[in-house]
Write a protein that binds this ligand. Structure first.
Ligand code: MN
Ligand code: MN
Length: 302
C-alpha cells in the first residue's frame, strides 16, 4: 500500500504540481462579490486543462463553514464582503490523489487567524519524518495554534491519500489527544490540514443542513429508470471519488433529474457529505498540503 513504484510516485508528483499551480491561480482569482459557481468551475477547469482530473468537487467554504460546500447547479450564491474563504481542491492523475487548500481573507480582522493555519501546517511539515506518531503531529499543530492565541478544530483531521482514494486509512489529527496510535510510514502520502478558529469558539464542527457533495455507496436495484441510468453513470465515473450534482448535468433530461437524484439518496445508493459548520458559528481558517514521507523528512507535493 505504501510502497509506490517510481511511475506511481511520478504521477503523484504531477498531480501535486497541477494542484499547486491551480491553487496559486485561484488565490489571485477569488474576489468579493464573485459567484461561487464561477470559482468552483474555474478551479476544476484549470485542473483539467493542465492534464489532471478533479479528485473531488472544488470546495468553497465561507466564514463559519469549515468545509464541504460546493456549488449546486445554477448556484446564485456569491462571495460576501469581508469574508474568509477556504478553497479546497483535489487532483488525480491516473487515480493518484493530491489535496490542497488555501484560505483567502477579505477581512483584516482575521489575517492572523489565517496566518496561524499556515504556520501550523508549516510546523507540522518541519517535524514529519518516517515513524513519527500521528499524535506528535497533532500536538505540534495544536501547540502552534494555541501559542498564537487561537483554537484548533478538534474533530477535523488530515488523512492519508491513495489511488482513487481521498481518505485512505490513517488520519492526522489537529490536536494531541487522539485515541488511535499510529505512525506515518516511509513512502506514504498524507494530506495535512490544520483548521483554526477563534479562542472563544467551541472548536468543533457540526453537520449543517446542506449536502452538496456525494459519493457512490452501493449498487441498488432501482425501479425508476432515470435513477437507474444516473447511477450507472455515477458508478462508471465516480466509483470511489466524491462528485457534485454539477458534474452530472447531461446524463438525464433536466426535468427528470431531481426525482432520480432523490431516489438515489433515499435508496442509499449514494451517501452525502453535509457541510461542516463551526459549532459556535465562529470563523474558520484552513491550510493544507499533500506530502510524501521520505528518508530524511517529507517532500511537499503541492
Ligand atoms: Mn482538502
Ligand atoms: Mn484533505
Amino acid at each position: 500500500m505504501n510502497s509506490y513504484d517510481e511511475e506511481a510516485i511520478s504521477k503523484f508528483r504531477l498531480s501535486g504540481k497541477i494542484l499547486r499551480e491551480t491553487r496559486e491561480k485561484m488565490r489571485r482569482f477569488v474576489r468579493e462579490g464573485m459567484r461561487i459557481i464561477d470559482i468552483c468551475e474555474k478551479a476544476e477547469n484549470l485542473i483539467r486543462e493542465k492534464g489532471g482530473e478533479p479528485a473531488f468537487p472544488c470546495n468553497v467554504s465561507i466564514n463559519e463553514v469549515a468545509a464541504h460546500y460546493t456549488s449546486p447547479p445554477e448556484d446564485e450564491k456569491r462571495i460576501p464582503e469581508k469574508s474568509v474563504v477556504k478553497v479546497d481542491m483535489g487532483v488525480h492523475v491516473d487515480g493518484y490523489v493530491t489535496d490542497t487548500a488555501v484560505t483567502i481573507c477579505f477581512n483584516p480582522e482575521y489575517r492572523s487567524l489565517v496566518k496561524t493555519a499556515e504556520q501550523a501546517l508549516e510546523a507540522a511539515i518541519n517535524i514529519i519524518h518516517p515513524g513519527i506518531s500521528t499524535a506528535k503531529i497533532g500536538s505540534t499543530i495544536e501547540k502552534t495554534i494555541k501559542s498564537r492565541g487561537f483554537k484548533p478544530i478538534s474533530n477535523l483531521t488530515g488523512h492519508q491519500v491513495g489511488r482513487y482514494l481521498v481518505h485512505a486509512g490513517t488520519s492526522i489529527p489537529n490536536v494531541s489527544h487522539m485515541s488511535f496510535f499510529s505512525k506515518v510510514k516511509l513512502g506514504g502520502m498524507y494530506a495535512i490540514e490544520p483548521f483554526v478558529t477563534l479562542p472563544d469558539a467551541v472548536g468543533k464542527v457540526k453537520n449543517g443542513e446542506e449536502v452538496m457533495i456525494f459519493r457512490f455507496f452501493k449498487s441498488r436495484s432501482l425501479k425508476n429508470l432515470n435513477a437507474k441510468q444516473l447511477l450507472k453513470c455515477i458508478e462508471k465515473n465516480f466509483r470511489t471519488l466524491p462528485f457534485a450534482e454539477r458534474w452530472l448535468q447531461n446524463v438525464l433530461p433536466k426535468e427528470h433529474y431531481p426525482e432520480a437524484f432523490q431516489e438515489l439518496l433515499s435508496s442509499k445508493a449514494l451517501v452525502g457529505y453535509p457541510v461542516f459548520i463551526e459549532a459556535s458559528g465562529k470563523t474558520v481558517a484552513q491550510a493544507e498540503h499533500t506530502i510524501m514521507i521520505v528518508e530524511d523528512g517529507c517532500a511537499v507535493l503541492t
